[in-house]
Ligand binder design. Structure first.
Ligand code: NOJ
Length: 445
């Protein structure tokens, strides 16, 4: 059983659900332009309509209410709130003001993500995260949002999954803007991104009384195959925090979370990259490491590891017959919600909130008009039971399922469905899947 004040929520992000990409003065984002290039999105889709939440937010809130969540995590589109002259676009901001009012009327607390990947195209044209002024642009945007939502929102996440921003946007180039960086540029961009986070924290603290702030990286924990083996767990922990582990730079945890929570990059970072380090000053590190209230972390998957006869860590390439997600990176490893939070707490010693966890399925509407998704329910049950187990050892404060609806799954397009609610993209019809009812039984028992 989780504590009485446990946060149970669902998460979404602006580009993935809103549609209306050219309404009310919204300017172009890197995703608006990236999706126009043939071949970038698996099924050729884009975010121009998706769940239509820009127009249907009141319906969204009704569904949230029915689901029984006490919090809703969504992101703000920088491109709606700020125009190409870097000035406030009040109409765009009004959308979020109205959404928050509607949520609060229904006793649902908003958790706002400031940056969930949809950078204004004009800012990316000025160099994006390689531009040293990016932090001031981000601070200005944060100032406008936090003042505009004053009295409505006090919970903020600055940046979502910085690893994916860098790895997918600038390494693999499967995500917008799809501009490849060298290792040296990558380190500079990461440092600027962390400074954006830091500046946003200062602005939120200044503008919002009693604010609660976090940063939401992602991780794929190394889970011991044998839970009794202490040496194995210790080695998994150490590998998890290496700055270049199996998942490789820039996809690891410590490069982002050590500066934020411990005030400096890991020692191995300075050794590994000694010839290409960006300019890192004491003031930067102070800015980046201002105290946060929570560790937010997105966990979907992990890997099992064992020890060979010489006690070296080896990755096990097997899974335990759990349902398979229909997206290549999502192997079902429920222990990720036990070891992930445990490792993070051991290192950073802050209360933890799972800001995303979810399952991608090949959902279809059956002949009875319903969507039966027992695999998703199975996934949630297994993961949440691990989370419950670890909550006996460390403070776990909340869980957000990804996602409320099926939505635009970035370069994978519309065919990859994570929602508790099915969306028929032809007419916008929403159908509650079986897991919608099942998740209530888990959290509202
Ligand atoms: C992480 C991202 O934050 C979200 O945007 C994405 O849709 C889900 N994971 C599923 O891939």
């Amino acid at each position: 059983m989780f504590s009485k004040d446990f946060i149970f929520g669902v998460a979404t992000a602006s580009y993935q659900i809103e549609g209306s990409i050219d309404k009310d003065g919204k300017c172009e984002s890197i995703w608006d332009s990236f999706t126009k290039v043939k071949g970038n999105i698996l099924d050729g889709s884009d975010g121009s309509k998706v769940c239509d939440s820009y127009l249907k937010y009141k319906d969204d809130v009704k569904i949230l209410k029915e689901l029984g969540v006490n919090s809703y995590r969504f992101s703000i589109a920088w491109t709606r709130v700020i125009n190409e002259k870097n000035e406030l676009n009040q109409k765009g901001l009004d959308y979020y003001i109205n959404l928050c009012k509607e949520l609060l009327k229904n006793n649902i607390k908003p958790l706002v993500t400031l940056y969930h990947w949809d950078m204004p195209k004009w800012l990316d044209d000025l160099g994006g995260f390689l531009n040293d002024d990016i932090c001031d642009y981000f601070a200005h945007y944060t100032d406008i949002v936090t003042k505009g939502l004053l009295g409505l929102v006090d919970n903020y996440i600055t940046i979502n999954e910085p690893q994916c921003i860098m790895q997918l946007g600038h390494r693999v180039c499967a995500h917008a803007p799809g501009i490849k960086y060298t290792d040296k540029e990558m380190l500079k961009a990461i440092h600027n991104l962390l400074k954006c986070h830091g500046k946003a924290v200062s602005v939120i603290r200044r503008n919002v009384p009693n604010s609660k702030i976090g940063f939401a990286p992602c991780a794929r924990p190394m889970c011991p195959s044998d839970r009794e083996d202490e040496l194995l767990e210790k080695k998994c922990y150490e590998k998890f925090f290496e700055c270049k582990n199996d998942y490789e730079f820039p996809n690891t945890v410590s490069i982002y979370s050590d500066p934020v929570f411990l005030g400096d990059y890991p020692k191995s970072y300075y050794e590994e990259f000694k010839d290409i380090l960006p300019n890192i000053t004491k003031e930067d590190l102070k800015l980046i490491s201002q105290p946060l209230d929570y560790i937010y972390q997105n966990f979907y998957t992990g890997n099992y590891y064992s020890l060979d006869k010489d006690n070296n860590l080896v990755k096990d390439e097997f899974y335990f017959g759990y349902p398979e997600g229909n997206i290549d990176w999502l192997q079902v490893v429920p222990e990720a919600l036990y070891y992930g939070p445990k490792y993070l707490y051991e290192r950073y010693k802050k209360p933890i909130i799972i800001s995303e966890n979810g399952f991608c399925n090949n959902d279809v509407v059956s002949i009875d008009g319903k969507v039966h998704d027992p695999e998703r329910t199975d996934y949630i049950r297994r993961y949440v039971s691990e989370l419950e187990m670890v909550s006996k050892l460390i403070p776990i404060k909340g869980y957000y399922y990804w996602s409320l609806f099926d939505n635009f799954e970035w370069n994978s397009g519309l065919k990859k469905r994570f929602g508790l609610v099915y969306v028929d993209y032809r007419d916008g019809k929403r159908i509650k899947k079986d897991s919608f009812e099942e998740i209530k039984k888990i959290f509202l028992k």
